[in-house]
Design a binder for this molecule. Structure first.
Ligand code: NDP
Length: 485
């Protein structure tokens, strides 16, 4: 058992004022890792006050100065790459084969990218009739980040880096299921020279997120989570009209046309469904395959799935780790049962998996359903597990309409060799992100975010700075003031 992990408020690691702690688990074994401080209302107030107090000096540091600090934090993360990768696999059930790159490098890249952006965060100038104007991008103030459990360190970085680069300070609440890496991030931030109060991390439950969303002294809230939580956060934020960014769920389509490179398409479908054991918001879980290649596609797909190794997340040979919690495992399994009951044909998987030496872990076999129809629950709802639904189509117009027939709009993918069709379909798909001939690549330079009920706003890229700043227009008059009175 690790020592109790405390809240990070104003650069200090402190016990929660109400004295409450909760346990965090290793999904791979079901064992308790340790106890984590649970923030209460007074801790939320203290963290927000610390972030408010830290604002003037952080802002006064200027873009180059803030960028230097963010760069140092990126370097510190990289120096602790293996340790952070292990922590993420331990607390999140993700295979250690993924976490160094997908979690640590991705977080460090983000810090490094926004370190570079900080200094060139500039306004514009224009001559107009009667004078000229210029614009000043200004920080919003205290930003609160609320994280999901699937990419805890990456989410902490994706929210903190642009916020800090723009001159804001941050109060971050990780998911109660994966609090460890964000707390370690706060320790490393202090070590890297991030001033006290600029990054505060307060683990807790939904009530902490709610308190931040309603807090009169929080200027911006950025959530990564489910659609229902997004609606609650938006409603709570309305009481103070604070700015909101929402990165929510999805049920994204992946379309394989008849001229696709079949091996690449199979690779894309695997990445779109089984990376991080399917616990990825952008996953392309509705796989539309042209009817003329369905047989060949399924044959190659199943051949490769049979080689996947479900195993202890800490074992470098594991391809598929554990579901985040016992509850979530049962949630995923209940969808699998619903798919079978609805008449979909389970081609592979379809059960809880047992891993030798990890008998109490929460594993689900990679599962593929064929013969799915658009109205099935497994095709309409986000499962957030390793469950792929295969659907057939024959015509481009038909498949685009079916792909768009969802309240979600996070991502989409398509495989074809026809470049005209690729760009036409990319244009027609109602999604915030479209991958052509690949899936789930999210370089830091590319805007990331959904449309429809999958969210509001963009993370990553230069665009993210717009969501952590407000623009002031300053008009400067030339000549006398002519008033009609
Ligand atoms: P949840 O919506 O359950 O939780 C997200 C965060 O919100 C957690 O920290 C949670 O706290 C907190 N929370 C819960 N209730 C409230 C509330 N009323 N007010 C404020 N905060 C609250 O999502 P999950 O953690 O289960 O993550 C899975 C979901 O996240 C999926 O739908 C997935 O698609 C989505 N997601 C979206 C991504 C994107 O970028 N678009 C990326 C990753 C995931 P706690 O858990 O501690 O109780």
């Amino acid at each position: 058992m690790q020592a109790d992990r405390l809240l990070c408020i104003n650069g200090e690691f402190v016990s929660p004022r109400q004295g409450a702690f909760f346990e965090t688990f290793n999904p791979g074994t079901g064992a308790v890792i340790g106890r984590v401080a649970q923030a209460g209302p007074q801790d939320v107030d203290a963290a927000v006050a610390a972030a408010r107090a830290a604002l003037p000096a952080w802002k006064a540091l200027g873009g180059t100065g803030r960028g230097r600090v963010l760069r140092a934090l990126a370097d510190t993360l990289r120096a602790h790459r293996q340790e952070l990768a292990e922590l993420e696999a331990l607390d999140g059930g993700k295979p250690i084969a993924e976490t160094p790159e997908a979690d640590v490098d991705s977080g460090a890249d983000c810090l490094e990218y926004f370190a570079g952006q900080a200094a060139s965060f500039q306004g514009e100038y224009q001559e107009v009739e009667g004078g000229f104007f210029y614009t000043r991008p200004e920080p919003l103030g205290v930003c609160a980040g609320i994280g999901a459990w699937n990419y805890p360190l990456q989410i902490a970085c994706w929210k903190s880096a642009p916020a800090l680069a723009a001159g804001n300070t941050m109060v971050f609440k990780p998911s109660e299921l994966t609090p460890l890496s964000a707390l370690r991030f706060a320790e490393l931030a202090k070590q890297a020279g991030v001033p006290d109060g600029v990054i505060n991390v307060i683990p807790g439950f939904g009530d902490v997120g709610q308190a931040l969303s309603r807090h009169p002294d929080v200027d911006k809230i950025s959530l990564t989570g489910g659609v229902d939580t997004g609606k609650k956060v938006m409603a709570d934020a309305a009481s103070t009209l604070k700015a909101v960014s929402l990165e929510l769920g999805g049920k994204s389509p992946l379309i394989i046309f008849d001229d696709a490179d079949l091996d690449d398409a199979v690779s894309g479908a695997l990445l779109a469904n089984f990376y991080t054991q399917g616990e990825i918001c952008t996953n392309g879980t509705r796989v539309f395959v042209h009817e003329s290649i369905r047989g060949a596609f399924l044959e190659r797909l199943l051949e490769r799935i049979r080689k996947l190794r479900i195993g202890d997340p800490m074992d470098p040979a594991s391809d598929i780790g554990a579901m985040i919690s016992e509850n979530h495992m049962h949630h995923v399994l209940s969808y699998i049962e619903a798919g079978k009951a609805a008449g979909a044909q389970c081609l592979i998987g379809g059960k809880q998996a047992t891993v030798e030496g990890c008998e109490n872990g929460w594993y689900v076999e990679p599962t593929v359903f064929d013969g799915c129809t658009d109205d099935m629950q497994i095709v309409r709802e986000e499962i957030f597990g390793p469950v792929m639904s295969v659907l057939s189509f024959s015509d481009e117009t038909e498949v685009v309409a079916r792909a768009n027939d969802t309240p979600f709009g996070l991502a989409a993918g398509l495989f074809t060799r026809d470049i005209e069709r690729a760009h036409r379909v990319a244009g027609d798909l109602e999604a915030g992100i479209v991958w052509i001939n690949h899936y789930n690549l999210s370089p830091i330079e590319m805007p990331f975010g959904g449309v429809k009920q999958s969210g509001i706003g963009k993370e990553n890229s230069r665009r993210a700075m717009e969501y952590y700043s407000r623009l002031k227009s300053v008009f400067v008059a030339r000549g006398a003031v002519e008033a009609p009175y």
